[in-house]
Write a protein that binds this ligand. Structure first.
Ligand code: ADP
Length: 437
């Protein structure tokens, strides 16, 4: 143990005091008596100071008791410790206050839950969104207060990887739960009614505009068809053949553009239709054999033997079971197949695969095409997003195919995974988790 300078000084003082008492004792011939009296005095002095220290520790203040020797040093050190602690406490309470002010001001409803799902703390936004009362709802289980069945299910599963969107009376709520600390939960939620309304308005607008455009485009298409087939009865000075030749090219171009517009309109209407209901009817199992057969025949027709097409044999698909709307799923898979055919150079191979793993069913398309650079991948399912617009147009693309695929999968509780290496090829995999069936 290290002897501190304070103790050293105290020991020197004690030994010199004892020496003085011994000398005085020798003169007075009462060495033992004087030494004992000195030690008893020192003991009482120590007890007195100990008592003062205890009283100070019970109620520490800026004013430390006036004393001498090692006690003075002990007070000096204790006082500094006390000052440091006070400063740290003040800093901490300032931080806490600021944190509380910011969480109070958060526009998102924030609720802290304990392991059992009981409310420990919530901010005013939570009190407003879920009508919580400070004096009666603290300590209550959250699923007794948010009583929507979707929430009860979500909370009881304790799987909070994805946010939950649900209807609570007139409001649409988006809610997230995060685990933190030792088994606590942080719930944050916000009212997205307005956003959903705007989305609905946007979808209604697109759907109405597409429907409105469909009729004039169909009429135009009919007239262009008629003009293309028409035999011209012309005056002699303008030979028929010459005019036909002059008109042939523009008419062909108009015809192509009208076909493109018809395709875009049809796909926009399809997307709007898919967006009107969030979930697909999953009561029926999909006939996998029929689905693969149809996609194969369609692909063979579109491909015109330009690629090496590989389809699963019957035994591969025998144990595959997915549930949902046959026509939607067929449309999604054939979109993936037609993309692979359109964007893969001739003679390369394209594989349509189906397989199960412990978590669910995987269905998709793998090609040996030119691939897609990683920065485009997260945006591919956005409407009208194309890696190379010119190329997409040239191949008859609308930029809506993958948006439709994503929407169909979302309605089936499935996800789209895209992996691609430029120069090597791409894989578009639709994953149907077992739980969603
Ligand atoms: P498009 O009608 O333009 O094909 P999609 O939404 O189907 O629209 O696809 C978006 C874009 O993703 C395409 O324009 C293309 O650039 C890219 N893409 C899709 N599939 C493939 C693929 N198999 N290989 C390479 N690029 C692809």
């Amino acid at each position: 143990m290290k002897i501190t300078p304070g103790l050293q000084r105290e020991l020197i003082f004690l030994s010199s005091g004892s020496l003085v008492l011994l000398v005085l004792g020798s003169i007075m011939d009462a060495r033992l008596e004087l030494l004992s009296a000195g030690l008893i005095f020192y003991m009482f002095w120590t007890l007195y100071n100990l008592n003062r220290l205890l009283s100070w520790l019970v109620k520490p203040s800026k004013n430390t008791p006036e004393t001498l020797g090692i006690w003075d040093e002990a007070y000096y050190r204790l006082y500094h410790l006390y000052k440091r602690q006070r400063k740290a406490r003040r800093k901490l309470s300032k931080i806490l206050k600021r944190f509380q002010q910011s969480t109070q001001a958060l526009p998102y409803a924030t609720i802290v839950l304990n392991k059992a799902g009981e409310i420990e703390w919530f901010n005013p936004a939570a009190s407003e969104l879920f009508s919580l009362q400070l004096n009666q709802d603290l300590g209550q289980r959250i699923d007794n207060l948010i009583r929507q069945p979707e929430f009860a299910q979500y909370f009881s599963r304790r799987e909070f990887g994805l946010p939950l969107e649900f209807q609570s009376y007139q409001q649409r709520i988006l809610l997230n739960i995060t685990r933190y600390g030792s088994g606590k939960y942080l719930l944050s939620a916000r009212d997205i009614t307005q956003r959903v309304k705007l989305d609905e308005m946007r979808n209604d607008f697109i759907s109405n505009a597409s429907h409105e455009l469909r009729t004039p485009v169909t009429v135009m298409s009919g007239y262009v068809e008629m003009l293309r087939d028409m035999e011209f009865d012309l005056p002699e000075q303008q030979p028929e053949q010459q005019l036909e030749q002059q008109l042939e090219q523009p008419l062909e171009k108009i015809h192509q553009q009208i076909q493109r517009m018809e395709k875009i309109i049809a796909e926009l209407i399809e997307l709007a239709k898919l967006e009107t209901s969030a979930v697909a009817d999953k009561s029926q199992a999909v006939d996998m054999r029929k689905l693969i057969d149809e996609i194969r025949s369609e692909a063979l027709l579109l491909d015109q033997q330009k690629h090496e097409l590989d389809f699963p044999v019957e035994t591969d698909s025998k144990h595959i079971e997915i549930y949902g709307e046959y026509n939607e799923l067929r449309m999604a898979f054939s979109n993936l197949m037609s993309n692979a055919i359109r964007y893969t150079p001739e003679n390369a191979s394209i594989k349509f695969f189906v397989h199960t793993d412990e978590g669910g069913v995987n269905i998709g398309v793998k090609d040996q095409g030119r691939g897609i650079s990683y920065e485009h991948i997260p945006r591919l399912t956005e409407r009208f997003y194309r890696v190379d617009e010119g190329r997409s147009r040239e191949k008859g693309g609308t930029g809506l195919g993958l948006a439709i695929v994503k929407q169909v999968l979302e309605r089936h509780g499935a996800s789209l995974f895209i992996e691609s290496t430029p120069g090597e090829g791409s894989e578009f995999r639709c994953y149907f988790p077992a739980a969603s069936e």
